[in-house]
Design a protein around this ligand. Structure first.
Ligand SMILES: *Cc1c(COP(=O)(O)O)cnc(C)c1O
Length: 601
């Protein structure tokens, strides 16, 4: 094994301390601490309950065990049955589990969640959540600061996950685009001037306000011009008439490394699958800026407004981070030269917390390109982040954020076209979900208060997860020459098993068989993924390094890779690396030896 695999990098020591303090421990080393804190939380809760309302009638004395009247009380036994059944769950707390974006929960995550769950506030309104909703506001501000928004101005809320947070972004982008286009349609219908749907849909609020004031357009009139607020069919027909060409609706530019929630969003918002325009990826599996430029040109030529341009920070399959800095430089230029305000959304469901590594020693674990991309995240109009991934808090906990109230605005169903100050009373009218738990917000809040979202807190833990991925890559590629790693920006390692000069078909078969071996093995859990046509440049890049080739007639071959997610915090322990890296390599060699035996037979 290479020296890099066992060397403990500079940033590891404080991070190891944090992992030892704030996680249950791979072998439950912090059991008594967690029990103590849960007990203290329950004590507090019971004191609070029993101290209230002295005059309330009692519900009855607690049941006595074995008393005949309570023979039907099956709670204890069935609870144990439930606990028993749950032991068949995957042991994702273990560093041997590197399959998916799931690992042990942190103590602040568990305890914050538990404390709020006991009170069960409903964050849909201040009435139903006097404290939980305040905690949510504070947790949103903590996330905002980490993500590069001004915490004093940023808006947002917690969602069930990244999928719904992405939908929240589409909902708001549509609200904005629909306003701008509706006003331009009104303008064109009254003046007779030809409508340019592309330019109109990106006009900006400043122009919207001055145009609206100049024409004194009433709410009712604006609403009657809106495809979203009136009849979509009529709306599109009128846009076609006013523009002198068939209007085919807006498009969404989403890179090929997108999560499947984006296809769901096109379906859900009635855009049609065709409206998702896939932006090509470069040889590193990141959004290709030149292709984004081509797609924007095409949208303009075709008269299709851009509902939003999505970039991904931490792709679900590979962990790749799109070049946000270069993308937003280009979009700033369009804005300055053409006046186009195109909604910029960052899907940072996985990689948002990597931003905690910036501006401190932890940043050294990122390439300069990835650091520059993450640094530009605050230049977006909205962000999705999943505390239930790299925030180590329990499901279901995602969050949606915007830099200010203007971009948070959305059609409230009661008064869709009124400018409203952001409601003090609650979020119910501006969230897709109705009732919302405060538990995820409290878990995130307690994490911010303890571990912290800085480079010396969560950032340093994420830095060691990246170093663990690097150590893994170094050790495996030295020991197993067939292992061909994809370029990696974060803590996800993907590799194919290919021999020099080989066709894709053969190496896919080998990679698939090795994955099957791991599926049968109790020692490690890995996942697999297939790089498809969107990743043609990345596949060509990997093939070129070992002289492989695409043997599919006509090209367009897919590449199967084994995927290992190194988010488990216990990989920060040198003893874990020293023990598990050689075990993994042994397992991989066994799998390959088994195949060679079959091939030879
Ligand atoms: C996980 C993920 C999502 C979806 O989040 P859920 O919490 O599973 O709904 C969206 N985008 C990316 C990039 C993700 O990694």
């Amino acid at each position: 094994m290479g020296a890099e695999a066992t060397d403990v990098p500079m940033t590891a020591d404080p991070a190891r301390e944090l992992v030892r303090t704030y996680f249950p421990g791979a072998r439950s080393e912090n059991e008594s601490r967690l029990r103590g804190e849960i007990d203290a939380t329950l004590d507090h809760w019971f004191r609070w309950r029993s101290g209230r309302f002295d005059d309330s009638a009692r519900v009855g004395e607690p049941p006595v065990a074995d008393a005949p009247a309570h023979q039907d009380d099956r709670l204890g036994s069935r609870l144990l049955a439930l606990c028993d059944a749950l032991t068949a769950e995957t042991p994702t707390f273990s560093p041997r589990y590197i399959a998916h974006m799931k690992a042990d929960l942190s103590l602040p995550g568990l305890l914050g969640w538990f404390a709020a769950m006991l009170h069960n506030p409903n964050n849909s309104s201040r009435d139903a959540s006097r404290v939980g909703s305040v905690i949510e506001t504070e947790a949103v501000a903590a996330l905002a600061g980490m993500l590069g928004y001004d915490p004093a101005r940023a808006q947002g809320h917690f969602t069930s996950g990244g999928t719904v947070a992405n939908f929240e972004a589409v909902w708001r982008a549509r609200y904005r685009l629909d306003h701008w286009l509706a006003l331009a349609l009104h303008d064109s219908e009254t003046t007779g001037e030809t409508l340019d749907p592309f330019a109109a849909a990106h006009m900006g609020w400043e122009r919207f306000r001055s145009l609206r004031a100049a024409h004194a357009v009433s709410d009712d009139r604006l609403k009657s011009c809106s495809a979203a607020a009136s009849n979509p069919g009529d709306g599109w027909r009128r846009i076609s008439r006013a523009s002198g060409r068939d209007y085919r609706g807006p498009v969404m530019l989403v890179p090929g490394n997108r999560h499947y929630s984006w296809s769901k969003s096109a379906n859900l918002f009635g855009l049609g699958g065709e409206a998702i325009w896939s932006v090509a990826l470069d040889a590193g599996g990141r959004l290709d800026l030149a292709d984004l430029e081509r797609q924007v040109d095409r949208a303009e030529t075709d008269g299709r407004p851009i509902l939003m341009a999505v970039a991904v920070a931490g792709a679900t399959e590979t962990g790749a981070v799109d070049p946000l800095d270069r993308i937003y430089d280009r979009m700033d230029q369009w804005r300055a030269e053409r006046g186009w305000r195109i909604w910029r959304h960052v899907d940072a469901a996985y990689g948002g917390f990597l931003r905690a590594m910036l501006d401190g020693p932890s940043e050294a674990a990122l390439t300069p390109e990835t650091a520059a991309a993450l640094r530009a995240m605050g230049r977006s109009d909205s962000i999705t982040i999943d505390p239930h991934k790299l925030g180590y808090v329990p499901y279901a906990c995602g969050a949606f954020l915007t830099p200010d109230a203007e971009r948070y605005a959305v059609s409230a169903f009661d008064a869709p076209y009124l400018d409203r100050p952001e409601l003090g009373e609650g979020k119910w009218s501006s969230t897709l979900e109705g009732s919302r738990s405060a538990a995820g917000a409290a878990a995130t809040w307690l994490t911010a208060e303890t571990l912290g979202f800085g480079s010396d807190g969560l950032g340093s833990i994420l830095a060691v997860t990246i170093e663990a991925r690097q150590a893994f890559e170094t050790a495996v590629s030295e020991a197993v020459p067939e292992a061909r790693f994809l370029p990696a920006d974060s803590n996800i390692a993907c590799f194919a098993l290919a021999r020099p000069g080989e066709g894709l078909g053969r190496s896919n078969a080998r990679t698939g068989a090795v994955f099957d071996h791991f599926q049968r093995s109790p020692h490690f859990a890995v996942s697999r993924t297939t790089l498809g046509v969107d990743n043609a440049a990345l596949i060509a890049n990997v093939l070129a390094r070992h002289g492989g080739h695409d043997d599919r007639p006509g090209g367009g071959g897919e590449m199967l890779v084994i995927r290992c997610v190194f988010m488990n915090p216990y990989w920060s322990e040198p003893s874990v690396r020293q023990e598990l890296l050689p075990r993994f390599i042994e397992e991989l060699r066994e799998a390959l030896a088994g195949l060679n035996a079959t091939e030879a037979a």
